[in-house]
Design a binder for this molecule. Structure first.
Ligand code: AMX
Length: 435
Protein backbone atom coordinates (compact mmCIF):
# COMPACT_ATOMS: atom_id res chain seq x y z
CA UNK A 1 0.00 0.00 0.00
CA UNK A 2 0.85 3.71 -0.08
CA UNK A 3 3.09 5.73 2.19
CA UNK A 4 2.45 6.49 5.83
CA UNK A 5 1.62 10.06 4.93
CA UNK A 6 -0.95 8.91 2.34
CA UNK A 7 -2.57 6.65 4.92
CA UNK A 8 -2.65 9.50 7.42
CA UNK A 9 -4.36 11.75 4.90
CA UNK A 10 -7.15 9.16 4.73
CA UNK A 11 -7.37 8.55 8.47
CA UNK A 12 -7.30 12.14 9.69
CA UNK A 13 -10.68 13.29 8.34
CA UNK A 14 -12.29 10.11 9.74
CA UNK A 15 -10.81 10.68 13.19
CA UNK A 16 -11.74 14.37 13.14
CA UNK A 17 -15.32 13.39 12.33
CA UNK A 18 -15.37 10.66 15.00
CA UNK A 19 -14.17 13.07 17.70
CA UNK A 20 -16.54 15.81 16.58
CA UNK A 21 -19.50 13.45 16.93
CA UNK A 22 -18.21 12.03 20.22
CA UNK A 23 -17.82 15.49 21.68
CA UNK A 24 -21.17 16.74 20.45
CA UNK A 25 -22.87 13.77 22.15
CA UNK A 26 -20.74 13.52 25.31
CA UNK A 27 -18.81 16.76 25.61
CA UNK A 28 -20.47 17.60 28.91
CA UNK A 29 -20.07 14.16 30.53
CA UNK A 30 -18.06 14.02 33.75
CA UNK A 31 -15.12 11.58 33.58
CA UNK A 32 -13.57 12.12 36.99
CA UNK A 33 -13.13 14.47 39.89
CA UNK A 34 -10.08 15.96 41.55
CA UNK A 35 -9.08 15.90 45.19
CA UNK A 36 -6.74 18.25 47.01
CA UNK A 37 -4.35 15.36 47.57
CA UNK A 38 -4.13 14.81 43.82
CA UNK A 39 -3.24 18.46 43.32
CA UNK A 40 -0.45 18.27 45.88
CA UNK A 41 0.44 14.74 44.79
CA UNK A 42 1.85 15.22 41.33
CA UNK A 43 -1.54 15.13 39.57
CA UNK A 44 -1.49 11.35 40.02
CA UNK A 45 -4.53 9.73 38.44
CA UNK A 46 -6.17 12.97 37.28
CA UNK A 47 -7.91 12.28 33.98
CA UNK A 48 -6.92 15.22 31.87
CA UNK A 49 -5.04 14.09 28.77
CA UNK A 50 -5.93 12.54 25.42
CA UNK A 51 -3.21 10.25 24.03
CA UNK A 52 -3.93 8.02 21.05
CA UNK A 53 -0.91 5.72 20.76
CA UNK A 54 -1.08 3.71 23.96
CA UNK A 55 -3.00 3.18 27.18
CA UNK A 56 -1.53 1.83 30.41
CA UNK A 57 -3.42 -0.61 32.57
CA UNK A 58 -2.14 -0.64 36.18
CA UNK A 59 -1.86 -4.42 36.36
CA UNK A 60 -1.50 -5.51 32.76
CA UNK A 61 0.88 -2.78 31.61
CA UNK A 62 1.07 -1.01 28.31
CA UNK A 63 -0.99 -1.65 25.18
CA UNK A 64 0.03 0.02 21.95
CA UNK A 65 -3.16 0.84 20.04
CA UNK A 66 -4.82 -2.00 21.92
CA UNK A 67 -2.04 -4.56 21.38
CA UNK A 68 -0.03 -5.95 24.34
CA UNK A 69 3.74 -6.38 24.05
CA UNK A 70 3.53 -10.15 23.36
CA UNK A 71 0.88 -9.43 20.70
CA UNK A 72 3.12 -6.81 19.09
CA UNK A 73 6.01 -9.27 19.12
CA UNK A 74 3.80 -11.74 17.30
CA UNK A 75 2.01 -9.48 14.84
CA UNK A 76 4.41 -6.69 13.89
CA UNK A 77 6.80 -7.34 10.99
CA UNK A 78 10.35 -8.18 12.01
CA UNK A 79 13.55 -8.16 10.01
CA UNK A 80 13.89 -11.08 7.57
CA UNK A 81 16.85 -12.22 9.70
CA UNK A 82 15.33 -11.58 13.12
CA UNK A 83 12.22 -12.03 15.19
CA UNK A 84 11.84 -8.89 17.31
CA UNK A 85 9.39 -6.29 16.00
CA UNK A 86 11.00 -3.55 13.94
CA UNK A 87 10.50 -0.19 15.69
CA UNK A 88 9.46 1.14 12.29
CA UNK A 89 6.47 -1.20 12.47
CA UNK A 90 5.63 -0.03 15.97
CA UNK A 91 5.75 3.59 14.79
CA UNK A 92 3.37 2.76 11.95
CA UNK A 93 1.05 1.14 14.49
CA UNK A 94 1.27 4.09 16.90
CA UNK A 95 0.46 6.54 14.12
CA UNK A 96 -2.28 4.64 12.27
CA UNK A 97 -3.60 2.05 14.72
CA UNK A 98 -2.95 -0.53 11.99
CA UNK A 99 -0.48 -3.41 11.67
CA UNK A 100 1.72 -2.55 8.68
CA UNK A 101 2.91 -4.90 5.96
CA UNK A 102 6.60 -5.70 5.68
CA UNK A 103 6.89 -3.53 2.57
CA UNK A 104 5.31 -0.56 4.37
CA UNK A 105 7.81 -1.06 7.18
CA UNK A 106 10.70 -1.30 4.75
CA UNK A 107 9.60 1.94 3.13
CA UNK A 108 9.88 3.61 6.54
CA UNK A 109 13.36 2.15 7.08
CA UNK A 110 14.44 3.55 3.73
CA UNK A 111 12.85 6.93 4.38
CA UNK A 112 14.45 7.35 7.80
CA UNK A 113 17.87 6.35 6.46
CA UNK A 114 17.45 8.86 3.61
CA UNK A 115 16.55 11.67 6.01
CA UNK A 116 19.39 11.05 8.45
CA UNK A 117 21.93 13.62 7.21
CA UNK A 118 22.91 16.13 9.90
CA UNK A 119 23.61 19.80 9.22
CA UNK A 120 27.34 20.44 9.51
CA UNK A 121 26.88 22.92 12.33
CA UNK A 122 25.03 20.33 14.42
CA UNK A 123 27.93 17.90 14.03
CA UNK A 124 30.32 20.64 15.08
CA UNK A 125 28.13 21.56 18.01
CA UNK A 126 28.29 17.97 19.28
CA UNK A 127 32.04 17.79 18.64
CA UNK A 128 32.63 20.89 20.73
CA UNK A 129 30.85 19.55 23.79
CA UNK A 130 33.29 18.52 26.52
CA UNK A 131 33.13 14.77 27.17
CA UNK A 132 32.19 15.68 30.72
CA UNK A 133 28.83 17.11 29.55
CA UNK A 134 26.22 14.42 30.21
CA UNK A 135 25.18 12.59 27.01
CA UNK A 136 21.53 13.54 27.60
CA UNK A 137 22.42 17.23 27.75
CA UNK A 138 24.36 16.85 24.48
CA UNK A 139 21.44 14.97 22.94
CA UNK A 140 18.92 17.62 23.88
CA UNK A 141 21.24 20.38 22.68
CA UNK A 142 21.64 18.76 19.26
CA UNK A 143 17.90 18.12 18.88
CA UNK A 144 17.18 21.75 19.76
CA UNK A 145 19.65 22.84 17.08
CA UNK A 146 17.71 20.87 14.44
CA UNK A 147 15.17 23.67 14.77
CA UNK A 148 17.32 25.40 12.15
CA UNK A 149 15.67 23.30 9.42
CA UNK A 150 12.17 22.93 10.85
CA UNK A 151 9.65 22.77 8.02
CA UNK A 152 6.87 23.63 10.47
CA UNK A 153 8.59 26.71 11.89
CA UNK A 154 9.45 27.99 8.41
CA UNK A 155 5.97 27.44 7.02
CA UNK A 156 4.39 28.99 10.11
CA UNK A 157 6.52 32.06 9.73
CA UNK A 158 5.21 32.48 6.20
CA UNK A 159 1.58 32.07 7.23
CA UNK A 160 0.34 28.50 7.53
CA UNK A 161 -3.28 27.36 7.49
CA UNK A 162 -4.36 25.30 10.52
CA UNK A 163 -5.46 22.54 8.16
CA UNK A 164 -1.88 22.06 7.04
CA UNK A 165 -0.20 22.05 10.46
CA UNK A 166 -0.01 18.27 10.57
CA UNK A 167 1.70 17.94 7.19
CA UNK A 168 4.68 20.05 8.25
CA UNK A 169 4.68 18.48 11.69
CA UNK A 170 4.82 15.10 9.98
CA UNK A 171 7.81 16.15 7.87
CA UNK A 172 9.65 17.44 10.94
CA UNK A 173 8.82 14.29 12.92
CA UNK A 174 10.22 12.05 10.20
CA UNK A 175 13.42 14.12 10.08
CA UNK A 176 13.61 14.15 13.85
CA UNK A 177 13.35 10.36 14.16
CA UNK A 178 15.88 9.84 11.39
CA UNK A 179 18.43 12.22 12.88
CA UNK A 180 18.31 10.85 16.43
CA UNK A 181 20.43 7.94 15.16
CA UNK A 182 23.52 9.79 13.88
CA UNK A 183 23.27 12.28 16.76
CA UNK A 184 23.27 9.52 19.38
CA UNK A 185 26.08 7.73 17.54
CA UNK A 186 28.21 10.85 17.38
CA UNK A 187 27.78 11.57 21.08
CA UNK A 188 28.72 8.01 21.98
CA UNK A 189 31.73 7.83 19.66
CA UNK A 190 32.99 11.23 20.80
CA UNK A 191 32.77 10.60 24.51
CA UNK A 192 33.71 6.95 24.73
CA UNK A 193 35.49 5.95 21.52
CA UNK A 194 37.55 7.39 18.68
CA UNK A 195 35.08 10.02 17.48
CA UNK A 196 34.59 8.23 14.16
CA UNK A 197 30.94 7.54 13.34
CA UNK A 198 29.96 4.92 10.76
CA UNK A 199 27.85 6.34 7.92
CA UNK A 200 24.14 5.49 7.75
CA UNK A 201 23.49 2.62 5.35
CA UNK A 202 20.57 3.45 3.10
CA UNK A 203 19.45 -0.16 2.66
CA UNK A 204 19.44 -1.04 6.35
CA UNK A 205 16.78 -0.69 9.06
CA UNK A 206 16.70 1.93 11.82
CA UNK A 207 18.00 -0.44 14.52
CA UNK A 208 20.82 -1.81 12.39
CA UNK A 209 21.94 1.72 11.65
CA UNK A 210 21.60 2.63 15.30
CA UNK A 211 23.75 -0.33 16.35
CA UNK A 212 26.18 0.57 13.57
CA UNK A 213 26.71 4.22 14.51
CA UNK A 214 27.39 3.07 18.06
CA UNK A 215 29.87 0.49 16.72
CA UNK A 216 28.03 -2.75 17.57
CA UNK A 217 26.37 -3.81 14.31
CA UNK A 218 28.74 -6.73 13.78
CA UNK A 219 26.80 -8.55 16.48
CA UNK A 220 23.38 -9.54 15.09
CA UNK A 221 22.10 -10.32 18.59
CA UNK A 222 22.82 -6.75 19.61
CA UNK A 223 20.93 -5.49 16.54
CA UNK A 224 17.97 -7.62 17.60
CA UNK A 225 18.26 -6.24 21.13
CA UNK A 226 18.07 -2.72 19.68
CA UNK A 227 14.90 -3.65 17.76
CA UNK A 228 13.32 -4.85 20.98
CA UNK A 229 14.69 -1.95 23.02
CA UNK A 230 13.58 0.77 20.60
CA UNK A 231 10.12 -0.78 20.37
CA UNK A 232 9.64 -1.26 24.11
CA UNK A 233 10.62 2.23 25.24
CA UNK A 234 8.70 4.14 22.58
CA UNK A 235 5.44 4.98 24.30
CA UNK A 236 3.86 4.63 27.74
CA UNK A 237 0.67 6.66 27.43
CA UNK A 238 0.57 10.42 27.83
CA UNK A 239 1.05 11.36 31.46
CA UNK A 240 4.67 10.35 32.08
CA UNK A 241 7.14 13.24 32.21
CA UNK A 242 8.72 12.83 28.75
CA UNK A 243 5.47 12.19 26.88
CA UNK A 244 3.55 14.89 28.64
CA UNK A 245 6.34 17.42 28.23
CA UNK A 246 6.61 16.83 24.48
CA UNK A 247 2.85 17.19 24.14
CA UNK A 248 2.69 20.30 26.34
CA UNK A 249 5.49 22.15 24.56
CA UNK A 250 4.03 21.13 21.20
CA UNK A 251 0.72 22.65 22.22
CA UNK A 252 2.37 26.09 22.05
CA UNK A 253 3.07 25.23 18.37
CA UNK A 254 6.74 24.87 19.12
CA UNK A 255 8.16 22.58 16.42
CA UNK A 256 8.71 18.83 16.98
CA UNK A 257 12.42 19.55 17.49
CA UNK A 258 11.82 22.01 20.32
CA UNK A 259 9.11 19.76 21.76
CA UNK A 260 11.29 16.66 21.70
CA UNK A 261 14.27 18.47 23.20
CA UNK A 262 12.04 19.47 26.12
CA UNK A 263 10.80 15.90 26.39
CA UNK A 264 14.40 14.63 26.55
CA UNK A 265 15.24 17.06 29.32
CA UNK A 266 12.48 15.47 31.38
CA UNK A 267 13.58 11.97 30.44
CA UNK A 268 17.03 12.87 31.79
CA UNK A 269 15.77 13.03 35.39
CA UNK A 270 16.74 10.21 37.80
CA UNK A 271 13.15 9.40 38.72
CA UNK A 272 12.31 8.93 35.03
CA UNK A 273 14.58 7.75 32.19
CA UNK A 274 17.85 8.25 34.05
CA UNK A 275 16.78 5.38 36.30
CA UNK A 276 18.32 2.94 33.77
CA UNK A 277 21.71 4.54 34.45
CA UNK A 278 21.06 4.55 38.20
CA UNK A 279 20.17 0.85 38.18
CA UNK A 280 23.55 -0.04 36.76
CA UNK A 281 25.45 1.96 39.37
CA UNK A 282 23.27 0.35 42.01
CA UNK A 283 23.98 -3.17 40.70
CA UNK A 284 27.72 -2.53 40.40
CA UNK A 285 28.05 -1.06 43.89
CA UNK A 286 26.01 -3.90 45.29
CA UNK A 287 28.14 -6.48 43.49
CA UNK A 288 31.29 -4.84 44.87
CA UNK A 289 29.95 -4.94 48.37
CA UNK A 290 28.34 -8.36 48.58
CA UNK A 291 30.57 -10.17 46.07
CA UNK A 292 29.30 -13.63 45.15
CA UNK A 293 27.09 -14.01 48.21
CA UNK A 294 23.64 -13.81 46.63
CA UNK A 295 21.89 -15.20 49.69
CA UNK A 296 18.58 -13.66 50.78
CA UNK A 297 20.17 -12.35 53.99
CA UNK A 298 23.05 -10.59 52.25
CA UNK A 299 20.83 -8.99 49.58
CA UNK A 300 18.18 -7.98 52.10
CA UNK A 301 20.80 -6.42 54.36
CA UNK A 302 22.13 -4.37 51.48
CA UNK A 303 18.64 -3.22 50.44
CA UNK A 304 17.68 -2.21 53.96
CA UNK A 305 20.87 -0.16 54.33
CA UNK A 306 19.97 1.65 51.12
CA UNK A 307 16.38 2.30 52.18
CA UNK A 308 17.41 3.43 55.65
CA UNK A 309 19.77 5.97 54.13
CA UNK A 310 16.68 7.54 52.54
CA UNK A 311 17.30 6.39 48.98
CA UNK A 312 15.06 4.51 46.55
CA UNK A 313 15.72 1.15 44.93
CA UNK A 314 16.16 2.24 41.33
CA UNK A 315 14.22 0.24 38.76
CA UNK A 316 11.44 -0.62 41.19
CA UNK A 317 8.10 1.12 41.67
CA UNK A 318 5.93 3.03 39.24
CA UNK A 319 3.51 5.93 39.28
CA UNK A 320 0.77 3.94 37.51
CA UNK A 321 1.81 0.28 37.23
CA UNK A 322 0.99 -2.04 40.11
CA UNK A 323 2.48 -5.29 38.78
CA UNK A 324 5.71 -6.33 37.06
CA UNK A 325 6.20 -4.17 33.99
CA UNK A 326 5.69 -6.29 30.84
CA UNK A 327 8.60 -4.35 29.34
CA UNK A 328 10.72 -5.88 32.12
CA UNK A 329 9.34 -9.31 31.28
CA UNK A 330 10.11 -8.94 27.57
CA UNK A 331 13.73 -8.08 28.38
CA UNK A 332 13.92 -10.93 30.87
CA UNK A 333 12.79 -13.34 28.16
CA UNK A 334 15.46 -11.96 25.86
CA UNK A 335 18.07 -12.57 28.57
CA UNK A 336 16.79 -16.08 29.23
CA UNK A 337 17.23 -16.86 25.55
CA UNK A 338 20.57 -15.17 24.82
CA UNK A 339 22.48 -14.77 28.10
CA UNK A 340 21.01 -17.15 30.68
CA UNK A 341 24.35 -17.69 32.45
CA UNK A 342 25.45 -14.06 32.65
CA UNK A 343 26.27 -13.24 36.29
CA UNK A 344 24.64 -9.79 36.10
CA UNK A 345 21.45 -11.34 34.74
CA UNK A 346 21.55 -13.76 37.63
CA UNK A 347 21.89 -10.88 40.07
CA UNK A 348 18.93 -9.09 38.46
CA UNK A 349 16.91 -12.31 38.68
CA UNK A 350 17.81 -12.73 42.35
CA UNK A 351 16.73 -9.17 43.03
CA UNK A 352 13.41 -9.92 41.37
CA UNK A 353 12.95 -12.64 44.00
CA UNK A 354 13.99 -10.49 46.96
CA UNK A 355 13.20 -6.79 46.34
CA UNK A 356 9.37 -7.03 46.19
CA UNK A 357 9.16 -8.53 49.67
CA UNK A 358 11.59 -5.95 51.10
CA UNK A 359 9.73 -3.03 49.52
CA UNK A 360 6.44 -4.48 50.74
CA UNK A 361 7.80 -4.72 54.26
CA UNK A 362 9.22 -1.19 53.93
CA UNK A 363 5.60 -0.28 53.30
CA UNK A 364 5.92 2.95 51.35
CA UNK A 365 5.83 2.25 47.62
CA UNK A 366 2.49 1.43 46.04
CA UNK A 367 4.26 -0.90 43.62
CA UNK A 368 7.08 -3.17 44.85
CA UNK A 369 7.69 -4.68 41.40
CA UNK A 370 10.34 -3.91 38.76
CA UNK A 371 9.89 -1.43 35.92
CA UNK A 372 11.47 -1.27 32.46
CA UNK A 373 14.70 0.32 33.68
CA UNK A 374 15.48 -2.49 36.07
CA UNK A 375 16.53 -4.79 33.24
CA UNK A 376 17.81 -2.84 30.26
CA UNK A 377 21.30 -2.04 31.59
CA UNK A 378 22.57 -5.55 32.07
CA UNK A 379 21.63 -6.53 28.51
CA UNK A 380 23.67 -3.63 27.18
CA UNK A 381 26.57 -4.52 29.49
CA UNK A 382 26.59 -8.05 28.20
CA UNK A 383 27.11 -6.89 24.62
CA UNK A 384 29.86 -4.47 25.59
CA UNK A 385 27.90 -1.21 25.69
CA UNK A 386 29.17 -0.61 29.18
CA UNK A 387 28.98 3.16 29.54
CA UNK A 388 25.89 3.53 31.70
CA UNK A 389 25.78 7.32 31.47
CA UNK A 390 24.77 6.80 27.86
CA UNK A 391 21.82 4.52 28.55
CA UNK A 392 19.16 7.20 28.77
CA UNK A 393 20.10 8.34 25.25
CA UNK A 394 18.92 4.95 23.97
CA UNK A 395 15.67 5.50 25.83
CA UNK A 396 15.38 8.93 24.21
CA UNK A 397 15.94 7.60 20.68
CA UNK A 398 13.06 5.24 21.34
CA UNK A 399 10.79 7.70 23.14
CA UNK A 400 11.02 9.99 20.10
CA UNK A 401 8.76 7.51 18.27
CA UNK A 402 5.94 7.86 20.79
CA UNK A 403 6.19 11.61 21.25
CA UNK A 404 6.40 12.20 17.49
CA UNK A 405 3.37 10.05 16.69
CA UNK A 406 1.25 11.98 19.17
CA UNK A 407 2.54 15.37 17.97
CA UNK A 408 1.30 14.54 14.47
CA UNK A 409 -2.16 13.76 15.85
CA UNK A 410 -2.14 16.80 18.15
CA UNK A 411 -1.80 19.04 15.11
CA UNK A 412 -4.15 16.96 12.94
CA UNK A 413 -6.87 17.16 15.58
CA UNK A 414 -6.29 20.83 16.26
CA UNK A 415 -5.61 20.38 19.96
CA UNK A 416 -5.36 23.80 21.61
CA UNK A 417 -2.62 25.19 23.79
CA UNK A 418 -2.60 23.41 27.17
CA UNK A 419 -3.52 25.54 30.15
CA UNK A 420 -4.75 23.74 33.28
CA UNK A 421 -5.86 25.87 36.21
CA UNK A 422 -3.61 26.35 39.23
CA UNK A 423 -4.27 27.75 42.70
CA UNK A 424 -2.19 28.98 45.61
CA UNK A 425 -2.67 27.19 48.94
CA UNK A 426 -4.33 30.40 50.09
CA UNK A 427 -6.79 30.32 47.22
CA UNK A 428 -7.41 26.60 47.68
CA UNK A 429 -8.30 27.13 51.33
CA UNK A 430 -10.90 29.65 50.30
CA UNK A 431 -12.22 27.30 47.63
CA UNK A 432 -12.60 24.43 50.08
CA UNK A 433 -14.12 26.58 52.83
CA UNK A 434 -16.54 28.11 50.40
CA UNK A 435 -18.22 24.74 49.87
N1 AMX B 1 12.38 2.38 46.54
C1 AMX B 1 12.12 2.99 47.71
N2 AMX B 1 11.04 3.76 47.95
C2 AMX B 1 10.17 3.90 46.94
C3 AMX B 1 10.35 3.28 45.69
C4 AMX B 1 11.51 2.50 45.52
N3 AMX B 1 11.79 1.91 44.34
N4 AMX B 1 9.32 3.61 44.89
C5 AMX B 1 8.52 4.42 45.61
N5 AMX B 1 9.04 4.62 46.85
C6 AMX B 1 8.53 5.50 47.90
C7 AMX B 1 8.43 6.89 47.35
O1 AMX B 1 9.69 7.55 47.37
C8 AMX B 1 7.41 7.53 48.24
O2 AMX B 1 8.05 7.83 49.46
P1 AMX B 1 7.65 9.16 50.30
O3 AMX B 1 6.24 8.91 50.72
O4 AMX B 1 8.62 9.17 51.42
O5 AMX B 1 7.79 10.32 49.37
C9 AMX B 1 6.45 6.35 48.50
O6 AMX B 1 7.19 5.16 48.21
C10 AMX B 1 5.19 6.37 47.63
O7 AMX B 1 5.57 6.44 46.25
P2 AMX B 1 4.66 5.80 45.12
O8 AMX B 1 3.32 6.47 45.14
O9 AMX B 1 4.68 4.32 45.20
O10 AMX B 1 5.48 6.18 43.80
P3 AMX B 1 5.43 7.55 42.97
O11 AMX B 1 4.30 7.45 42.01
O12 AMX B 1 5.50 8.74 43.85
O13 AMX B 1 6.83 7.48 42.20
C11 AMX B 1 8.58 6.41 40.99
C12 AMX B 1 7.07 6.56 41.16
C13 AMX B 1 8.86 5.55 39.77
C14 AMX B 1 9.22 7.78 40.82
C15 AMX B 1 9.15 5.70 42.26
O14 AMX B 1 8.63 4.41 42.38
C16 AMX B 1 10.67 5.65 42.28
O15 AMX B 1 11.31 6.59 42.74
N6 AMX B 1 11.28 4.51 41.80
C17 AMX B 1 12.71 4.41 41.66
C18 AMX B 1 13.20 5.16 40.44
C19 AMX B 1 12.77 4.48 39.16
O16 AMX B 1 12.93 3.29 38.99
N7 AMX B 1 12.26 5.27 38.19
C20 AMX B 1 11.91 4.76 36.87
C21 AMX B 1 10.43 4.68 36.62
C22 AMX B 1 10.15 4.25 35.20
C23 AMX B 1 10.52 5.35 34.25
O17 AMX B 1 9.94 6.42 34.28
N8 AMX B 1 11.50 5.16 33.41
Amino acid sequence: GGSLKDRLSELIPQKQEEIKKFRSEHGGDVVGNVTLDQMYGGARGIRSLVWEGSVLDPSEGIRFRGYSIPECQKLLPSSPNGKQPLPESLFWLLVTGEIPTLSQVQSLSAEWAARSQLPKFVEELIDRCPPSLHPMAQFSLAITALEHDSAFAKAYEHGLSKHDYWKYTYEDCMDLIAKTVPIAGRIYRNIYRDGIVAPIQLDKDHSYNFANVLGFANNSEFVELMRLYLSLHSDHEGGNVSAHTGHLVGSALSSPFLSMAASLNGLAGPLHGLANQEVLSFLNTMKEEIGDDLSDERIKGYLWDLLKSGRVVPGYGHAVLRKTDPRYTAQREFAQEYLPKDPMFQLVSRLYEVVPSVLTEHGKTKNPFPNVDSHSGILLQYYGLKEQNFYTVLFGVSRTLGVASQLIWDRALGFPIERPKSFSTEALKKLVNAK
